[in-house]
Design a protein. Sequence first.
Length: 278
Amino acid sequence: MEIPERVGIHLRKTEAELKDIISKAVDESKIITMKTYVLSDYGELILKLICQTVLEKTNRMDLMEICYSSAKELVINATKANVKRALFRKHGLEISNEADYEKGISLFKENLREDKILQFKPIFIEHDLPVMATFYFSPDVLNIKVKNNFPLLESEEVRIRDKFRKATSFSSLIDFFMEHGDSTEGAGMGLTMVGILLDQSGINKHSFSLYSSDKYKETAAKIEIPLSPNYISKRDMFDRELKERNISAEELRKTFSYNYKTFAKRNEDAKEHTVEDE
């Protein structure tokens, strides 16, 4: 189920209408996706209601801050990535050309203020550059995936993975500012916020991952938020299989398949079946 932040020429939904739509989707365990170009107050309300409805259903409202704040930060971060793509297209710069890339990055850093990002919305729409925030869940885990519809260049992936590694190494924003000073824009602050929120919530930072796919033409950040103490994260399951099968990580990645549905099925299969005597 997809909830656009703006539904074409239709009037926006009231909060009560949004609650009804989202509640029905959650009751039916449907995957919920919000599509946005630039996150507005209305979009923030949609994110908040999705988190609230899922967590109320699973009796985990204690995770409301990590759910909502992480989703919001990742959407903002993905929107900044779209600013970069839009600027390159607007100025006719080739992103794979090193000289053009340096020019584009200079323009990018000049356009990261909130008021300037808002001006890019028509360009995002024209060039089909939305941000998709998808929520899928079970009683054991809530997954949040925020994606852009383009893969990263190899050089970009190296830079971003370095930012990502550093982002998940900070334990507080004070540590972040000590390293970056005031040059926070584009320095990975959104990713850092998510890493800190996970750490403060007692959730393993390995539950936060980032990937880029040429096959699916997307770049996505994903968070696994455990809802039950029994849940085994994708990273932990990978490590288990790596140890059990005694093969290299590269070999295992070729065949490894695990998600919240896989866990639910394994959990169900592992349940003890009791046959009562007369």
